[in-house]
Design a binder for this molecule. Structure first.
Ligand code: HEC
Ligand code: HEC
Length: 306
């Protein structure tokens, strides 16, 4: 072949196509060779440092691969990561244990930590009823607004979580005439739409004892204390457009008036029970005082205070 080479002196392999298309034997460029040998060296080094080669036999601790002299494993790395996170958390948790909810709220860093960790707690213990962002569910109150049945300051929120809540409203089916129920239901709807209600409506409302729980103004507030706290028995605010029991409106209001709330033995009564979370310690799905404190801060921030 060589003597037939039409390109004498050229370092080709002697393979030609189409007369002059040919395969040369030039070495790859130097930079490319350096890169190649470096990557081989890197690979050898890596296989010495890190776990690499599967082995047909089991090594001392029972696993069939070379360990690498650094002793690195992904499980070890994961465990170290978890330990680091726990060390950080323990610091925060220890601080929180010694603080009141008010004090936590004054510290932006701790507040942020508290909100982040209680989000998980809220998801586990509260979201089933109150919705994942506290936005409420049919039959369960919204926590992410400033409309409170029992008050939205830290003390009241902590009380709600610790002891639970169970509002009670008398069933009026046997107390009021059909006409009176109709008038009151219409009155309540009017109030919820921003109406003022007629004098006769208010008279009936007062005469039938509604004001004893829903307050003289119908907003669920029985008294306002000098420090701004409100006194309530958990009766709904009838003067806002938020309906405690869905779907709301005339029929819904009528139903509540007729059958009341949490009335034992009354068929059709509204169910409104919030479990207390402090009775038994954590084993029974109950919360520790610190967890309640953190959730108090969380709910307070959801609702923008009281
Ligand atoms: C089984 C359902 C249920 C679960 C779980 C639940 N709640 Fe409630 N929660 C209720 C009901 C119902 C009410 C209203 C009680 C009433 O009407 O008297 C309520 C009321 C409240 C109130 C008072 C609201 C107000 O307007 O004053 C707060 C605060 C509250 N819940 C927080 C929580 C937190 C925090 C958790 C989780 C630790 C939680 N709830 C878990 C059903 C639940
Ligand atoms: C013993 C106290 C009490 C009395 C008396 C009472 N209520 Fe209530 N009422 C409540 C409570 C508590 C709730 C439910 C709050 C909760 O659990 O969310 C409620 C809820 C309601 C609701 C439902 C509101 C909503 O948003 O879905 C209406 C309507 C209502 N009451 C009207 C009346 C009328 C009208 C009267 C007078 C005939 C009256 N109530 C008397 C305590 C009372």
């Amino acid at each position: 072949m060589a003597e037939n080479n039409p390109f004498p002196g050229e370092n080709n392999t002697g393979h030609f196509w189409d007369d002059n298309l040919r395969e040369l034997q030039n070495p790859p460029p130097r930079w490319w060779m350096i890169g190649f040998w470096l990557s081989v060296a890197w690979w050898v080094l890596y296989s010495i440092l890190y776990p690499m080669w599967p082995m047909p036999f089991e090594t001392e601790d029972g696993e069939g691969y070379t360990k690498g002299i650094l002793g690195w494993t992904s499980i070890k790395e994961y465990k170290q990561g978890v330990e680091q996170v726990q060390a950080v958390r323990e610091q925060y948790d220890a601080q929180i244990a010694d603080m009141t909810a008010e004090e936590i709220l004054q510290d932006p860093g701790l507040t942020q930590y508290t909100l982040a960790s209680s989000k998980v707690l809220f998801g586990d213990y509260c979201a089933a009823c109150h919705g994942s962002g506290g936005q409420g569910n049919p039959g369960y109150p919204v926590l992410a607004d400033d409309d409170w049945l029992y008050g939205g300051n830290l003390t009241k929120i902590a009380e709600s979580i610790t002891n639970g809540r169970k509002g009670a409203m008398t069933a009026h089916a046997s107390i009021l005439t059909e006409q009176e129920v109709d008038t009151l239901a219409n009155f309540v709807v009017q109030l919820s739409e921003g109406g003022a209600g007629s004098e006769a409506d208010w008279e009936l409302y007062n005469a039938k004892g509604c004001q004893a729980c829903h307050g003289a103004k119908g907003n669920g507030v029985l008294a306002e204390l000098p420090n701004g706290d409100i006194v309530t028995v958990g009766a709904a605010n009838l003067t806002d457009s938020i309906w405690r029991f869905r779907p709301g409106g005339y029929e819904s209001a009528k139903h509540t008036i007729l059958y009341g709330v949490n009335q034992v033995g009354v068929e059709g009564t509204r169910d409104a029970v919030m479990p207390g979370f402090a009775q038994l310690g954590q084993l029974d799905g109950k919360l520790t005082p610190d967890q309640i404190k953190m959730l108090t801060v969380y709910v307070h921030q959801l609702g923008g205070g009281q």
